[in-house]
Design a protein around this ligand. Structure first.
Ligand code: NAD
Length: 501
C-alpha cells in the first residue's frame, strides 16, 4: 500500500518509514519501523555491549570517541548535505550545527575521566577510621529520543556524554530525520565495530514510548513540552529516571545603552536562523523605550533583506514539519486580530513550505504569539520602560530555556535575573557552542542538563564507598562504644563545630 505523500511528512508504508525533503518532496531514505519487541531486543543487546564498553575504561572510550569526532570532521560536508536534504536547512547552517556537535564529542571524551573518575574525598570525625571514595558509575543503557530541528547537535548532546560516561545508547531519532540519525549511528559503528554500543530504532512516538518502557537505565528526551510529559508518565511506570529538554519562548532584552547594530544582528540570527525552528531561538524582544524606534527601524530594514529558499545561498529554508505552518499562521493571525501590527511579513508571509521573516509589534502579552512557542521566523517586539521591566515581562512565561541581554553596563546583572537555564550577554545562542557550559531549562522547558560537567554527571550514578583503614580509636557507630568514647566524641564535636565562625 502506498500512502499519499506530502513533502516532508514522514509516512509509514508496510512497516517502513519513508523520509522526504520538506522543500522538494524527494525521497531521502527508508527505514524499518521497530516493534516493541525489537526495541526490547536492542536494549538487551545494548546491555551486553555496555559491559564491554565500560570495560574499555575512560582512556579506551576517549580514544574511540576522538576517532569518531575525526570521522565526523572529515565527512562534515557529506553530513551537512544530508541534513539539508532531509530537514531543509541551508547546508551552511548544517555545517555550523555539525561543528558544534563535534566540539561536544571531543569535550565529553577528553573530560570524562576528570569529572567522573574515582576519587578519594575527605572523611569525617564520626567515622575517622574509614577512608571515603566517590565514583560515578554508568547506568548501563541510556535511551535517547531526539527532535528533528537540530538532528545532529541535539541528540549528540545526550549521546556523546552518555557514551563518554561509559553507557551504551539506544537512539530513537525523530521520524522527520531518520536518515541523519542512521548516518550518525552507522559512522559510529565504523569506529566501534566490536559491539552495538550505539544502536538506532526507527519510528513515530509509539516507538519512543516503547523505549521509555524497555527497562533502560535512564531516558534522555528532547522535544516538545507536551511529549516530555508523556515520556515522564511512561517512564514513571518503571521509575526510570528521565532527562527532559523541552521547548522555550526565549526573550531578548535590549537596554537603552545597548550597541544597537550588534543587538539587531544577534536578534535576527537568534530569531530566524533555521527558520526560527530553534529551541533556544529568540521569539520575544523587549526594548527600552529610548532606543525602541531606532532598534525596530534597523531590525526591519535588515530582516527584509533575508533570503528564504531551498537554494545554497538562502539565509534560511522551509519549515521542516508542515504541521507547524498552521501554528505559525495561528500565532500571526491572533496577534493581528488582537490589535498587533505586522511591520514586516504577516499573514501573507506564510507561503508553504516557507514562511518569510515576520516582525510583529503592539502584540498583547497574553496572546499566543507571546505566550506559546511559535517555532517560526517571527519576532514580537515590545516597548518597555527599561531593562527592569523587560526582565519582569520576560520572566512571566511558563518556559525558561535560554535568553539574551544587550546592555553595555547591566548585561551580567540582567542576565542573572532572567529565569532561564542559559543567557547570552551581548550575543545570542552563544552558550550552546561552549561545551564546558551546561545546557537545559527550567519550568516547562524541562529539567536536567546536557553538556559540560553537569552533562557528564547526568549520565552516571554517584556511588559512595567507605573503606575501613584502621581500627577505630573511638567507635561511635557501633554497640561497642563506651560511655567514655561518647564523652570524648561530644568534646571533640564542641571543639570542631562549637565556635560560631
Ligand atoms: P516532539 O515532542 O513532537 O517529538 C520529539 C521526539 O519524541 C520524536 O522523536 C518523537 O517521535 C518522539 N515522541 C513523540 N511522542 C512520543 C511519546 N508518546 N513517547 C515517546 N516519544 C515520543 O518534538 P519535535 O517536534 O520533534 O521537536 C521540536 C520541539 O523540541 C520544540 O518544542 C523544541 O523547542 C524542542 N527542542 C528542545 C531542545 C532542548 O534542548 N531543550 C532542543 C531541540 C528541540
Amino acid at each position: 500500500m502506498t500512502a499519499t505523500r506530502t513533502p516532508g511528512v514522514p509516512v509509514v508504508e508496510d512497516g517502513v518509514l519513508v523520509s522526504t525533503s520538506p522543500a522538494t518532496g524527494d525521497e531521502v531514505g527508508r527505514f524499518p519501523v521497530a516493534s516493541a519487541a525489537e526495541v526490547d531486543a536492542a536494549v538487551a543487546r545494548a546491555r551486553t555491549a555496555s559491559s564491554w564498553w565500560a570495560s574499555l575504561g575512560f582512556d579506551g572510550r576517549r580514544e574511540r570517541l576522538l576517532r569518531y569526532r575525526s570521522l565526523l570532521a572529515n565527512r562534515l560536508a557529506e553530513l551537512a548535505d544530508l541534513v539539508h536534504r532531509e530537514g531543509g536547512k541551508p547546508a551552511a547552517e548544517a555545517v555550523v550545527e555539525v561543528t558544534a556537535a563535534i566540539d561536544h564529542v571531543a569535550w565529553a571524551a577528553r573530560h570524562a575521566r576528570r569529572v567522573l573518575g574515582p576519587r578519594r574525598v575527605r572523611g569525617s570525625l564520626l567515622v575517622a577510621e574509614h577512608a571515603a571514595y566517590l565514583e560515578y558509575q554508568p547506568y548501563g543503557v541510556i535511551g535517547v529520543i531526539g527532535p528533528w530541528n537540530y538532528p545532529v547537535f541535539t541528540p549528540m548532546g545526550s549521546i556523546a556524554y552518555a557514551l563518554a560516561a561509559g553507557n551504551a545508547v539506544v537512539f530513537k531519532p525523530s521520524e522527520y530525520t531518520p536518515a541523519v540519525g542512521q548516518w550518525l549511528v552507522d559512522r559510529f559503528a565504523e569506529v566501534v565495530p566490536e559491539q552495538p554500543v550505539l544502536q538506532i530504532v526507527h519510528g513515530t512516538g509509539e516507538v519512543g514510548g516503547a523505549l521509555c518502557r524497555s527497562g533502560v537505565g535512564k531516558l534522555a528526551f528532547t522535544g516538545s513540552t507536551a511529549t516530555g510529559k508523556k515520556v515522564m508518565a511512561a517512564c514513571a511506570e518503571t521509575l526510570t529516571p528521565v532527562l527532559v529538554e523541552c521547548g522555550g519562548k526565549d526573550a531578548m532584552i535590549v537596554e537603552a545603552d545597548a550597541d544597537l547594530d550588534a543587538a539587531v544582528s544577534a536578534c535576527l540570527w537568534g530569531g530566524m536562523t533555521n527558520a526560527g525552528q530553534t529551541c533556544i531561538g529568540i521569539e520575544r524582544v523587549y526594548v527600552a523605550e529610548r532606543v525602541y524606534d531606532d532598534f525596530l527601524g534597523k531590525l526591519v530594514e535588515r530582516a527584509a533583506k533575508l533570503t528564504v529558499s531551498d537554494g545554497e545561498d538562502a539565509d534560511f529554508g522551509p519549515i521542516t514539519m508542515p504541521g507547524q505552518i498552521d501554528v505559525i499562521r495561528r500565532h500571526i493571525d491572533d496577534a493581528i486580530a488582537r490589535g498587533g501590527r505586522a511591520v514586516l511579513g504577516g499573514p501573507d508571509a506564510v507561503q508553504p513550505p516557507y514562511v518569510k521573516p515576520t516582525i510583529l509589534v503592539d502584540v498583547p502579552e497574553d496572546s499566543v504569539a507571546v505566550r506559546e512557542e511559535t517555532f517560526g521566523p517571527t519576532l514580537t517586539v515590545t516597548r518597555v520602560r527599561d531593562g527592569d521591566e523587560a526582565v519582569e515581562r520576560a520572566n512571566a512565561s511558563v518556559y525558561g530555556l535560554g535568553g539574551s541581554v544587550f546592555s553595555r553596563s547591566r548585561g551580567m546583572e540582567l542576565a542573572r535575573r532572567l529565569r532561564s537555564g542559559m543567557t547570552a550577554v551581548n550575543g545570542a545562542l552563544s552558550f550552546a557552542g561552549v561545551p564546558s557550559l551546561p545546557f537545559g531549562g527550567i519550568g516547562d522547558s524541562g529539567f536536567g542538563r546536557i553538556h559540560g560537567e553537569d552533562g557528564l554527571r547526568e549520565f552516571a550514578r554517584a556511588k559512595a564507598i567507605t573503606r575501613r583503614r584502621m581500627p577505630s580509636p573511638l567507635p561511635a557507630m557501633s554497640f561497642d562504644r563506651s560511655p567514655k568514647a561518647v564523652a570524648m566524641i561530644a568534646r571533640a564535636v564542641r571543639l570542631v563545630h562549637g565556635r560560631s565562625r
